[in-house]
Design a protein around this ligand. Structure first.
Ligand SMILES: [Zn+2]
Ligand SMILES: [Zn+2]
Ligand SMILES: [Zn+2]
Length: 405
């Protein structure tokens, strides 16, 4: 076919009306253009810059949604006086579709929590956490932080904790079971008592918190004045408690660390407390009872003095206990064993945890496969580490031990 015959076919097709030029997406023929929305059907909504900044890092926040019932925080809306019906119709449908999951989330949270505790609770969901919160305000240093800001602050603190733990051990999202951690923080004991059995299956009558870990992740706590007297203590308490949920989130199995590897369970949480805050203030009790320090609040001094006096507990006995049955002294040694392993090679802890999950191996096999140590080598290495690295003077603030050089 020659170029001139192509041209005549084209002209013939045009004459017969065989070509249809595409109209703008969604527009019907003959519709006018809309100057208000440039015919997109959407116009921007004015949002308060400060409110938008507060929501950074949050996927959904009940307070923000309640404050904007019309648009639920969306930065656009359908063009109100649109002269292009097809564009407007599409925008209205998209607007409703964008609001629907937000409304459904709010309804589900209210039913799951507010309806159970029979009082208004605020809710915030981030990438890895779902918080329920009713503390009216908190005091940080000498400043009062309102309920909404405090909720966001704690959500950030929990995400930061997860990031720290992941970096320390070398974990990635692919190592987890993908379950979000639900953290309920209430002002009053009776609110926590109402919530605890519904999400954890256990009662919270004597304790400050109760957890369900592993296959699901829920932690209910309240501002018990015997444990939490200021914001720093509340934050440290949460770091201890929520670190358990982060470690346990590696596997779809309930309480897999607590029962069989109590020293690792508590040791890792105390490691985080000392690293981020200083002397520990919390543990997960059963027979161990309420938190108390064996000897002094400086655990490394206590451990070193005991090792020098050859009064340390037997490693093989401590590692057989569940987290709930460790004595106050054994908590300090459990922390020290973890402190030693994290000093040796923090990323080998990831391998150790993997061996504790799936095959639930004996500690002797875990040490051998993750660290290349026999039990005897572990005990000798740990003893030398304590004598060389630990100080006997007291330490107050956070302490991050430099890794083995
Ligand atoms: Zn918010
Ligand atoms: Zn318009
Ligand atoms: Zn604990």
């Amino acid at each position: 076919m020659t170029p001139s015959s192509m041209g005549s076919i084209f002209r013939l097709a045009l004459a017969l009306g065989l070509f249809v030029w595409p109209a703008p997406a969604g527009a019907r023929q003959g519709e006018p253009l809309c100057g208000d929305c440039q015919s997109t059907g959407r116009v921007p909504r004015e949002l308060d810059a400060e409110a938008v900044a507060l929501e950074q890092g949050a996927l959904l926040c009940s307070i923000a949604l309640d404050q904007d019932p019309e648009g639920l925080g969306l930065d656009w809306k359908p063009c109100p006086k649109c002269v292009r019906p097809s564009a407007k119709q599409k925008a209205v449908e998209e607007f409703e579709a964008a609001l629907l999951p937000k409304r459904a989330w709010l309804k589900a949270r209210r039913e799951a929590v507010d309806a159970v505790v029979k009082s208004p609770v605020d809710h915030l969901e981030t990438e890895h956490f779902v918080l329920a919160w009713d503390l009216p305000r908190i005091k940080i240093d000498r400043k009062i932080v309102d309920r909404h800001r405090a909720l966001h602050l704690y959500a950030r603190r929990l995400e930061d904790l997860r990031t720290r733990i992941f970096e320390q051990i070398g974990l990635t999202d692919a190592d987890t079971n993908g379950v979000k951690h639900h953290v309920y923080m209430f002002e009053r004991h009776k609110t926590a008592i109402a919530m605890a059995p519904v999400v954890t299956g256990r009662s919270l009558v004597k304790d400050t918190k109760i957890s369900l870990l592993g296959i699901e992740s829920h932690m209910v706590s309240w501002d018990n004045p015997q444990v939490i007297t200021n914001d720093e203590e509340r934050h440290q308490f949460l770091v201890h408690a929520v670190s358990h949920h982060i470690h346990d989130g590696l596997e779809d199995r309930r309480h897999w660390l607590f029962q069989r590897y109590g020293w690792v369970y508590e040791g890792l949480a105390h490691f985080q407390e000392i690293r981020d805050f200083g002397p520990p203030i919390a543990w997960c009790s059963a027979e161990g009872g309420a938190f108390s320090n064996w000897q002094s609040a400086t655990w490394e001094a206590n451990v070193k003095k005991a090792v020098k006096a050859k009064e340390q507990p037997v490693f093989q006995e401590v590692i057989r206990k569940s987290a709930g049955s460790l004595s106050p002294m054994e908590h300090q040694f459990a922390w020290s064993y973890i402190d030693y392993l994290m000093w040796l090679d923090p990323h080998a802890m990831k391998r150790a945890l993997e061996l504790m999950i799936g095959p639930q191996k004996d500690v002797r096999d875990v040490l051998k496969e993750a660290y290349g140590l026999s039990v005897g080598q572990f005990v000798d290495g740990w003893t030398a580490f304590v004598l060389e690295e630990y100080k006997t003077r007291s330490r107050k603030g956070p302490y991050q031990r430099p890794p083995r050089s």
